[in-house]
Design a protein around this ligand. Sequence first.
Ligand SMILES: N[C@@H](CCC(=O)N[C@@H](CS)C(=O)NCC(=O)O)C(=O)O
Length: 224
Amino acid sequence: MLKLYHAPWSRGSGMLWLLEELGVEYELVEIDIRAEGGVPETYRAIQPNKKVPAIALDGTIVTERAAITIFLADRFPEAGLAPAVSDADRGAYLTMLVYNDAVLDPCISARAHGLEYASNDYSFGLFEDMVTYLERVLGERPYAAGDRFTAADIQLGSSIGYTMRQLKALPEKPVFIDYLDRVLERPANKRAEARDTELAMKTPFFQAMFADSQADQAAMPDRS
Ligand SMILES: N[C@@H](CCC(=O)N[C@@H](CS)C(=O)NCC(=O)O)C(=O)O
């Protein structure tokens, strides 16, 4: 059976959404990336940097979100999540999947860590150029690869949703808000979110975090 190596509320969360869209059976192997002692060294045999997500299917291990997405969406074509190799949307589909990981993600991390740099210092270029490009693409077409929802929207939707709504690093542009309204309400995403939240609530890190925030709230002076 397909195995997903995953940690809740992480870059692996989009994979749960993908698997729900594909409608395939899978076994979830939880990797506690927030464990005090760190991720066990044995996991390096699956993912060379000990990161999630990773998948294993029929003896093949695939790592990196874009690669996993391409692999699974092509492997289960009946779900209709990948434009065929000869489809006019295939180029945009691959571009947006890889852009998500190779440009959007590091631009956001660089911004969140206050890194100052020139465009040609790093392969991912400037944050402002990334925002302008995404705004243009999503202003020109309703979905990442064209007129229909594909697996690229799972990755792009997850990234835009998290970085705009939770991290607050991506500006709240109207095209991003409209795009999220189009993609995040899908039933498969709602199922994935529910499963992820359930997993997060069983994770010692989040249990401690929520216990702390409840304790802080209880200690707040009553202003009523
Ligand atoms: N390039 C990887 C990045 C995955 C990644 O950054 N995963 C984070 C979770 S959000 C992780 O596993 N961090 C644990 C660690 O670095 O120890 C991908 O796209 O699959």
